[in-house]
Design a protein around this ligand. Structure first.
Ligand code: DGL
Length: 277
């Protein structure tokens, strides 16, 4: 495997760009290929079988781009499919749940007043799978985990309502139960929620640490690539990194969202037929 090969990253849609943003901040020299399944989003209310089938198709597509590793940015796909796909392909495939769970346990343990009380928010599918809860309790059996599905937050983010009284109202509605449980740590277990972090932190208060699993998975991937000798060298030919974006529908929506949240402009978003992979 060539160290200048790109990292593949995918999501059910545009939300995974929050993970790509962290990945690029962590490893600014890496080439990246992003796929957003904009034709079939949302995954958060689909069955495990369906999300698993989609995940296999996307991994096969990313393999045609000769990626050296893959991050499943989507929490729902990580919860439903990582276990089945991680050993099925000859390259590292990482999901966001395990690194996010570990980061949450670490953050919770660092709280002075800690009762190891961790909240998790995500789609219906992620929360229903109990993937975060299972891993958090495996790492720290003393911890108490409080789950809350927040399905309406995804469309609010996609509408750009990041700072809006209506968003604050929905956040209060969803998170009041977790606040009453006096959690010390909150896992933002959905690609879109880091964009609501200021609003969520404002509602939960300074005593609660919010965890964005994207940071932990980027660090984990860096370690994996370093161990395998696969980090792209700064002196490699064509030093400026190359970013490619693919979608299964509505390329212009991806371009618009990407240019809103990424620290650079994305010009070419390519549309592909993912059903053929
Ligand atoms: N990307 C999904 C996740 O992180 C949220 C959007 C969806 O439901 O597909 O779970």
């Amino acid at each position: 495997m060539d160290s200048s090969a790109p990292i593949g990253i995918f999501d059910s849609g545009v939300g995974g760009l929050t993970v790509m943003r962290k990945l690029i901040a962590q490893m600014p020299h890496e080439n990246v290929v992003y796929f957003g399944d904009t034709a079939r989003v949302p995954y958060g209310n689909k069955s495990k079988e369906t999300v698993l089938r989609y995940t296999h198709q996307i991994i096969r597509f990313l393999q045609t781009k000769n990626v050296k590793a893959i991050i499943i940015a989507c929490n729902t796909a990580s919860a439903f499919a990582l276990h089945e796909v991680e050993k099925a392909y000859p390259l590292p495939i990482l999901g966001v749940i395990q690194p996010g769970a570990q980061a949450a346990v670490n953050a919770s343990a660092a709280h002075q007043t800690s009762g190891n009380r961790i909240g998790v928010i995500g789609t219906y599918a992620t929360i229903g799978s109990r993937a975060y809860e299972t891993l958090i309790k495996k790492i720290d059996p003393e911890s108490q985990v409080f789950n809350q599905a927040c399905p309406l937050l995804v469309p609010f983010v996609e509408e750009g309502l990041l700072e809006d009284p209506l968003t604050d109202e929905i956040i209060a509605r969803y998170l009041s139960g977790l606040k009453a449980q006096e959690i010390d740590t909150l896992v933002l277990g959905c690609t879109h929620y880091p964009l609501l972090r200021p609003a969520i932190e404002r509602y939960m208060g300074a005593a609660v640490t919010c965890i964005d699993p994207a940071e932990a998975v980027s660090q984990q991937l860096q370690n994996v690539l370093e161990t395998a000798g696969l980090l792209r060298q700064v002196g490699d030919a064509g030093a400026a990194p190359h970013y490619e974006c693919y979608v299964s529908d509505a390329a212009e929506k991806m371009t618009e969202f990407a240019n809103r949240i990424l620290p650079f402009q994305i010009e070419n978003v390519h549309k592909i037929n993912i059903e053929t992979y």
